[in-house]
Write a protein that binds this ligand. Structure first.
Ligand SMILES: NC(=O)C1=CN([C@@H]2O[C@H](COP(=O)(O)OP(=O)(O)OC[C@H]3O[C@@H](n4cnc5c(N)ncnc54)[C@H](O)[C@@H]3O)[C@@H](O)[C@H]2O)C=CC1
Length: 438
């Protein structure tokens, strides 16, 4: 099967790439709403967020469709009239191994740049969320993508491992946890595959006393509670300058308590259910451990049963704010992947930078301040792939996304991603006689 895919990729020229990606990939109206509903059922996130994800997916495909015809090489003059040029060529078959938190959107993030660069794609959704990735593949098919160019395989660890070991897979792009990411890298090493790893995080959000508090609070909520807190970039270590701690906590707790948790298909709901019972138990376990280590629960952190009887078996919990946290606590060190915000006081910029960077993760970071010099200085000094200034949690398709340190490497989105889905061929041309030593 893989050899067939590789040849499909080779016949897949730039112009046709653009055409097929532009082939009405935008699901509109009822179609978009249906995919969003399925994503809610697939994942448990709210319909409002799911609609956003579906839009982000087609925007990603449109973006790379536009980028495809701009891919080009370089022309380099050499002495004596000789010259060289570079060609940007596909890698071959690219495998995507996906997480369950953004099933449809991550599938688009894996497919669009791979196809734009002329590759074939085989992607594996998480077994927790198998549904909507298939719909994306169907949309590609309807848009005229040749058979064999976009493929979905379902399964768990074993299927993922087969993809990482397959000799005809040229690249693996993985989104998920750090331990599995390390295994993917190890397995891919056996056949020297290209690897992109989008792994977890424990991102710091720095809130200085000169910030606009209202926006900082909004940013902190966005940094912690989207998709039930199951977001890799989440700014779960919220460092607040001591002077504004009381006001910050009052406001953040008030708003967290007001988050409507319940039926994710209703537009007024702001938080749905976690992905699974084990995930819910794991997150509640982190809250229990935090209490044991001395954190104070200011709100939430409890299992929740909405009043609607049809939701009684759902994996709901109340969003949680933890105060009295220290850097050495489990809740501050480990990725919780649930709606739990840990708040920590700080005094100086120097101190908070040192503490913010004292982690093996480096996916995202954020700073709220009205001092522009400080904002850019902090952004330059935070060890993370993304730094948000006076905002959080947006990932526009035009900008590169990816990690530092153990949060991974390679990039998704933006022009930078072309480098991770293509390879450069150098062609050297002599116009005169061969200069031979023999
Ligand atoms: N930071 C992030 O983006 C994510 C973090 N997580 C964290 O990881 C924990 C475990 O969740 P999982 O879904 O089990 O994440 P995971 O990282 O184990 O799974 C991600 C993907 O890798 C596949 N996979 C699992 N084992 C594999 C193997 N040995 N070889 C190849 N592919 C393999 C899975 O089927 C899935 O498609 C969660 O509780 C959460 O805390 C999970 C998903 C995303």
């Amino acid at each position: 099967m893989m050899a067939g895919l590789a040849s499909a990729a080779a016949h897949h020229h730039t112009n046709s790439r653009r055409d097929l990606l532009h082939g009405n990939m935008e699901p509109q109206g009822e179609r978009r709403d249906n995919i969003a509903k399925l994503e809610v059922i697939n994942n448990g996130k709210t319909i409002t967020e799911a609609e956003y994800d579906i839009d982000a997916a087609w925007q990603c495909i449109e973006y790379y469709a536009g980028l495809a015809p701009t891919l080009s090489g370089q022309h380099i003059q050499l002495p004596g009239g000789a010259f060289a040029y570079t060609r940007r060529e596909p890698l071959g078959v690219c495998a995507g191994i996906l997480a369950w938190n953004y099933p449809f959107m991550i599938a688009a993030w894996k497919c669009a740049p791979a196809l734009a660069c002329g590759n074939a794609v085989v992607f594996k959704p998480s077994p927790m969320t198998p549904v909507t990735g298939v719909i994306l593949a169907e949309i590609f098919h309807e848009a005229g993508v040749p058979v064999g160019l976009v493929n979905v395989v379902q399964g768990g660890a074993e299927t993922g491992s087969l993809l990482c070991h397959h000799p005809n897979v040229a690249k693996v792009s993985f989104t998920g946890s750090v331990p599995t990411g390390k295994k993917v890298m190890e397995m891919s090493a056996k056949t020297v595959k290209h690897v992109t790893l989008e792994l977890g995080g424990k991102s710091p959000l720095l809130i200085f006393k000169d910030c606009e508090l209202e926006n900082a609070v909004r940013g902190a909520l966005m940094a912690n509670f989207l998709t039930q807190g199951q977001v890799c970039t989440n700014g779960t270590r919220v460092f607040v300058q001591r002077e504004i701690m009381p006001q910050f906590l009052e406001e953040v707790v008030k708003r967290t308590k007001a988050i409507v948790v319940g039926d994710p298909l209703l537009t007024e709901t702001r938080m749905g259910g976690l992905i699974s019972k084990p995930q819910l138990d794991k997150v509640l376990g982190f809250v229990a451990q935090a209490k044991k280590e001395g954190a104070r629960v200011l709100c939430g952190g409890e299992p929740l049963t909405p009043s609607d009887p049809k939701l009684k078996n759902g994996y709901f919990m109340s969003p949680c704010v933890l105060d009295n946290c220290r850097d050495d606590m489990t809740c501050v060190k480990e990725e919780i992947f649930g709606p739990v915000m840990s708040v920590l006081p700080f005094d100086t910029e120097e101190e908070v930078l040192q503490r913010a960077n004292n982690t093996t993760f480096g996916l995202a970071s954020g700073v709220f301040t009205r001092d522009i010099s400080r904002a850019h200085r902090v952004a330059a000094n935070l060890e993370a792939g993304t730094c948000y200034i006076n905002t959080y949690s947006i990932s526009p398709v035009e900008v590169p996304f990816g990690g530092y340190k153990m949060s991974g490497f390679g990039r998704e989105n933006g022009q930078a991603t072309v480098d991770y889905y293509s390879q450069l061929k150098t062609v050297i041309v002599e116009m005169g006689d061969v200069d031979s030593l023999f």
